[in-house]
Ligand binder design. Structure first.
Ligand code: ADP
Ligand code: MG
Length: 691
């Protein structure tokens, strides 16, 4: 949508600095973002109801004439404004409370349209409390609020639904035509998809229910199509690349296999199968491009370490990227330990590392065999002497786009991607359409499913008592809070607050520690080590421990404000406990306020099956959010349809691979538009692949 993200919101009539700020809080800072801010629901206000035929408790649209206006002051702040209207079939009393100034808007004999729920008063009168109102309704300039299918946007206390709708109506009218179409016309034609402008107009202010459906279809399709184009281009790129293999003779697997025989446990057969698949990739002339996915705790790290050894035995370097510094630190100490006998020179490079320049020089010189880090590893101009293998751990945290972007970095090393979001086959094709896939569908023997128990916040003492029970056998526990510092506006418990509260109160007899994301790195490291080495009983923390942390003795996790977390996030956190074969407990304290939160918690409680969680998560979240492809300037659509309608996914895949193969003809301008859109999310190289 090119220029639209350069148009600030206050360029729109009716938006001044104050509203600009309020919209900013909704993540809407410019026109492009506004077009992407989609209604959460719609209200059908097309039919006018005659007062005589009105049914109580149904929201109805009444078009009538003002009969009388009366304002009653109840106290100096309280008042009731009653407006009696009639449409010739009957009378209706509309009432507004504590807004005496509205009185001047109504005049006897003037036409008026009202929308609201009709109720029957004690005296039998028909009433409407605080209806939406339109004065001098006319058919020629339809209001955004009445006589149509009306969008209901997610609103805030300061920004009413009406204000948002008014502003959105202006933006859509003025700018929807200016978005750039990037779907090839052949694709749009054969699938009968709306143009982007039409889709945007109708997703906001639908002309009909059928157009609303078509708008949805187009928006979902485009998201999947772009993703699949990127995947197809990536696949093309990998297939064309030939890796200069150091040669099988010099890459013996003895060392890697000896490492496996030293482990205190045998591999599961799923782990062994993945290793053989990796072995086959490494023997092929093309770069490896493999995803290993499996539920939390299935043992992906060992598989990755095997690949590391396999790679460094032939003199190549490896990079391992983790989503958080804490996880990178854990990998660093664990893998250093595991590879102690193998003389693997390992470095840790994260954002907060000191002496990064020196480290970078050493990496470029080839002083390290394995470099473990966060995304900084691929960002801050890190160059390797001979990068043979890149591993991405917990890929689901990075998003598909970020992975595809890696290819923008130049070389084509072997790539091994680990993901803890197990997904069904069809979805897998979407998320990882460019990759070969290994599944670890088996847990190490002896694991017990974690027991989940729900508490409401008024039951907090009971939850603490339960936590104490799980602790008495010498076990350790996490307590997770959603935010670090108290935010005045929301009442989320803060880790710091909770820490004080627990260590001085309920658990004053226990050793309680604190760990959160913005803590100084050394303190973070110390906290996690103390917990790992049993110098702490309870670790009060935040979502920093969500991914990857492996402390086998941790038996319980208490999650406060459970309603604030996403489903996958909850599942990940639950995966932190019971990893050592003991019974794990997950205690969730939650007061869900929305249907979505209630539903998330219901699913979470009812299953520990990662596959089901992933599907439900997708259903409850947006497509782009789930895939991590959420684009700047493109509307975000709910993903439920993908789960119910995998056919759309197949269509998008077929079409995208067709475009990339050249089966679907593109004009130069179409190529440019599609390329520009792809580049925004997936980087320059992806765009070049198209031409
Ligand atoms: P994830 O797949 O979530 O990354 P990890 O690789 O961290 O899981 O493994 C979880 C735990 O299971 C670790 O403590 C690891 O040592 C252990 N583990 C891995 N494979 C096996 C196995 N085959 N048998 C027993 N324990 C295993
Ligand atoms: Mg892991």
């Amino acid at each position: 949508m090119n220029d639209l993200d350069n148009i600030p919101l206050d360029a729109v009539k009716g938006v001044g600095p104050a509203r600009q700020k309020l919209f900013g809080r909704l993540g809407v800072r410019n026109v492009a973002e506004a077009l992407r801010y989609l209604p959460r629901a719609y209200s059908d206000r097309r039919e006018v109801t005659r007062i005589a035929e009105a049914q109580s408790d149904l929201p109805s649209l009444i078009v009538a004439e003002v009969v009388s206006v009366s304002l009653r002051m109840l106290s100096w702040r309280k008042s009731v404004l009653t407006v009696k209207v009639s449409d010739g079939t009957g009378d209706l009393y509309a009432a507004w409370f504590n807004q005496p100034y509205l009185k001047t808007r109504f005049a006897k004999g003037k036409p008026v349209a009202l929308f609201g729920k009709i109720t029957v008063g004690k005296d039998g009168r028909l009433q409407m409390a605080s209806p939406e109102v339109e004065l001098s309704p006319s058919a020629t300039s339809p209001s955004p609020h009445l006589h149509r299918i009306v969008p209901i946007y997610p609103a805030t206390e300061e920004l009413s639904p009406n204000v948002i709708r008014t502003v959105m109506h202006r933006i859509v009218a003025q700018y929807a035509d200016r978005v750039t179409e990037f779907l090839p016309s052949a694709t749009r034609g054969s699938l009968r998809l709306l143009s982007l402008s039409e889709a945007i107009r109708n997703i906001h202010f639908p002309e009909s229910l059928s157009l609303l459906e078509q708008a949805r279809r187009r928006l979902i399709f485009q998201e999947l199509f772009l993703l699949q184009c990127a995947a197809a281009l990536r696949r093309k790129f990998v297939d064309a690349a030939v890796k200069d293999r150091p040669g099988e003779v010099r890459r013996p697997r003895d060392r890697a296999d000896r490492f496996l025989s030293r482990l205190p446990f045998p591999l599961t057969s799923a782990q062994r199968r993945s290793i053989e698949e990796i072995q086959r990739d490494l023997a092929s002339p093309h770069p490896m491009n493999r995803l290993v996915h499996g539920d939390v705790g299935c043992g992906k790290t060992i598989v990755a370490v095997w690949a590391v050894l396999r790679c460094i035995s032939s003199g190549e370097q490896c990079a391992l990227m983790a989503p958080t510094e804490i996880l990178a630190g854990q990998h660093f100490s664990e893998i250093s330990n595991l590879l102690n006998e193998d003389k693997c020179r390992t470095a840790l490079l994260v954002g907060s590392s000191t002496g990064k320049d020196a480290l970078r020089r050493q990496i470029a010189r080839g002083d390290f065999d394995l470099v473990i880090g966060t995304h900084t590893l691929f960002q801050e101009g890190v160059r390797f002497r001979r990068l043979g293998l890149a591993i991405i751990d917990e890929q689901q945290r990075f998003g598909v786009a970020q992975r595809l972007r890696l290819y923008d970095k130049g070389d084509c090393p072997d790539l091994l991607v680990l993901s803890a979001t197990p997904v069904p086959r069809t979805l897998c094709q979407t998320l990882y359409g460019d990759m070969d896939i290994s599944v670890i569908d088996e847990m190490p023997p002896g694991r017990l499913p974690v027991q989940t128990e729900r508490f409401s916040s008024s039951d907090l003492p009971a939850a603490y008592a339960r936590l104490r029970e799980t602790l008495c056998a010498g076990n350790r526990a996490y307590v997770v809070c959603p935010k670090v510092e108290e935010e005045a506006s929301c009442e989320r418990a803060s880790a710091v607050e909770t820490f004080r509260h627990l260590s001085r109160g309920v658990f004053s007899d226990m050793r309680v520690g604190l760990l959160y994301g913005t803590m100084p790195p050394l303190e973070k490291e110390e906290a996690i080590q103390r917990f790992r080495n049993a110098f702490l009983d309870i670790l009060v923390t935040t979502t920093v421990i969500e991914t990857g942390i492996d402390i086998p003795d941790a038996a319980a996790i208490l999650i406060t404000n459970g309603e604030c977390f996403g489903l996958a996030q909850l599942h990940q956190m639950r995966g932190r406990v019971g990893r050592g074969g003991q019974q794990g407990y997950c205690l969730v304290v939650a007061d869900p306020q929305t249907d979505a939160a209630t539903e998330r918690l219901r699913v979470f409680e009812s299953t520990t099956d990662g596959f089901r969680i992933a599907i439900e998560d997708l259903r409850l979240r947006g497509v782009g959010e789930f895939f991590g492809t959420r684009q700047h300037g493109l509307p975000e659509v709910p993903a439920a349809n993908i789960v119910e309608d995998p056919e759309m996914l197949q269509l998008a895949r077929k079409e995208a691979f067709g475009v990339v193969k050249g089966d679907v003809p593109l004009s130069p301008s179409e190529k440019e538009a599609l390329g520009a859109e792809l580049q925004k999310t997936y980087g320059e190289k992806i765009r070049l692949g198209l031409v």
